[in-house]
Design a protein. Structure first.
Length: 156
């Protein structure tokens, strides 16, 4: 993965980021509808917290996007940093050795992402339409269900 600043990331920085993911982050496979009505599954990794400085540091180091959620009532403003698809997979490869709590989710996410292939942009005239086999779709659905189980809150 391309580290966004010139100095390479230290192992202690990666361990720190893994701790943030373990405590305040998420790893998920979500489905989104695409124009032709089909489902498309994608990997997403992110962190949500009220510390804007840390969120901006994550964006500076690893790219991605930041969403600001304005305060409601007496709550502080929340900031969400997120990476998606290939960028999320590359990020997980960097922090996987340091993850403790979310290691199973990261391993499943990397397995899921390893099946991704570039299929071209279906909206461009010169590229082929996206096609997904029934087997690939079944594997994506299975991974999404398992990821949901890993991420489930509460008592089992």
């Amino acid at each position: 993965m391309k580290i966004w600043y010139n100095i390479s990331m230290k192992k202690t920085d990666l361990a720190y980021v893994a701790g943030i993911i373990d405590g305040e982050g998420w790893i998920r496979i979500h489905n989104r509808k695409i124009k032709n009505g089909n489902q498309n599954y994608a990997l997403q990794v992110g962190v949500g917290m009220t510390n804007e400085c840390l969120i901006n540091w994550l964006k500076f180091c690893f790219g991605g996007s930041v969403l600001q959620r304005n305060q409601i009532g007496n709550r502080k403003t929340r900031y969400d940093w997120a990476l998606a698809t290939k960028q999320a997979g590359d990020f997980l490869k960097l922090v996987l050795p340091y993850l403790k709590i979310k290691r199973p989710q990261a391993e499943l996410a990397l397995k899921f992402q390893s099946r991704r292939r570039y299929r071209g942009n279906p909206n461009w005239k010169d590229t082929p339409k996206r096609t997904m086999s029934d087997e690939d779709l079944a594997l994506d659905i299975s991974d999404k269900i398992l990821m949901h189980k890993y991420n489930r809150r509460g008592i089992e």
